[in-house]
Design a protein around this ligand. Structure first.
Ligand code: SAM
Length: 270
């Protein structure tokens, strides 16, 4: 089936929904298939807040990168970076510092291929295929070592990806191994599916969680205490582990609708 689409890499199964393509569709992208769109429509029908959560998450990513760039961070390792869409990390980072380095990493070959074609001709932004569950294969990848200088601060972004890592894969251990490779003054940026607040929204969210159980990447919902534990020794910056809506909102934007389901945190290595 994939041979019908010139841009789909060999071996990609387009008969089951995929997290990166579903999210691409949720954000208005075009690198998705009927199975992904159908999945998203069912998710939105079950949980009408799903679209807002996706957009709020993406807006947080841009604000966090700008916030870090303003504090002098010039290197970004974005793991679970997704299919390029509106407001990509290298655009925000290189707007602030034209020589900012960005390494994208994703497990999905389509996300990697689309990123590679977008980044052609950009010497300071690259992409590799990699798995967050194997952090050393990312940290010691020759392209990563060629682009990023780990004797200087690096911001590691795990945005809307850790909720695909079950406890059995030791997400705290994964973050610790990534954090151990960084110098003081480096950052960890995280966003994660968090529990809805009202009983009705929680029931809706549970329906979506059940839908994701049928995909290769089931979603694990974690609360602020669990996220704080994942972050370990890093110092969580203000305003703490909060809904993305409340993380340094742009002052000139209209007050955004709160989204409990999109929990975020930014933490600094001491
Ligand atoms: C919801 S998208 C988030 C994209 C982007 N970080 C954002 O928040 O806008 C999640 C991405 O994580 C990727 N992903 C899932 N599991 C992964 C893993 N174990 N290692 C690397 N990437 C993974 C998926 O392929 C997908 O592109």
């Amino acid at each position: 089936m994939a041979e019908k689409y010139g841009w789909v890499p060999e071996g990609v199964d387009i008969t089951v929904p995929d997290a990166s393509r579903v999210y691409d569709y949720a954000l208005g992208g075009v690198h998705n298939f009927a199975v992904d769109r159908d999945f998203w429509h069912r998710a939105e029908a079950a949980f009408p807040g799903a679209g807002l959560a996706a957009r709020t998450n993406r807006a947080f990513l841009g604000r966090a990168v700008r916030w870090l760039a303003e504090r002098g961070v010039r290197q970004f390792l974005d793991i679970g970076s997704g299919i390029p869409t509106l407001g990509n990390v290298h655009e925000a980072a290189q707007d602030a510092n034209p020589d900012a380095r960005v390494m994208y990493v994703d497990i999905d070959p389509i996300a990697v291929q689309q990123s590679r074609s977008l980044l052609a001709g950009n010497p300071y932004a690259q992409v590799i295929e990699g798995d967050l569950r194997d952090p050393e294969s990312i940290l010691y990848h020759p392209d990563v070592l060629g682009l990023l200088d780990f004797s200087e601060p690096v911001a590691v972004l795990t945005v809307a990806v850790l909720h695909f890592i079950p406890d059995s894969a030791d997400p705290a251990g994964i973050l610790k191994r990534l954090g151990d490779a960084l110098v003081s003054g480096s950052y960890l940026v995280m966003s994660h599916a968090g529990p809805e607040v009202t009983p009705e929204a929680r029931a809706n969210q549970e329906r979506v969680r059940k839908l994701y159980e049928r995909t290769p990447t089931p979603v694990i919902i974690r609360d602020p205490a669990e996220l704080t534990a994942l972050i370990g020794d890093f110092e969580i910056v203000e305003p703490g582990v909060v809904s993305a809506t409340y993380w340094h909102p742009d002052p000139d934007e209209e007050e955004a609708t709160p989204v409990p389901a999109a929990l975020v945190a930014v933490a600094r290595k001491r």
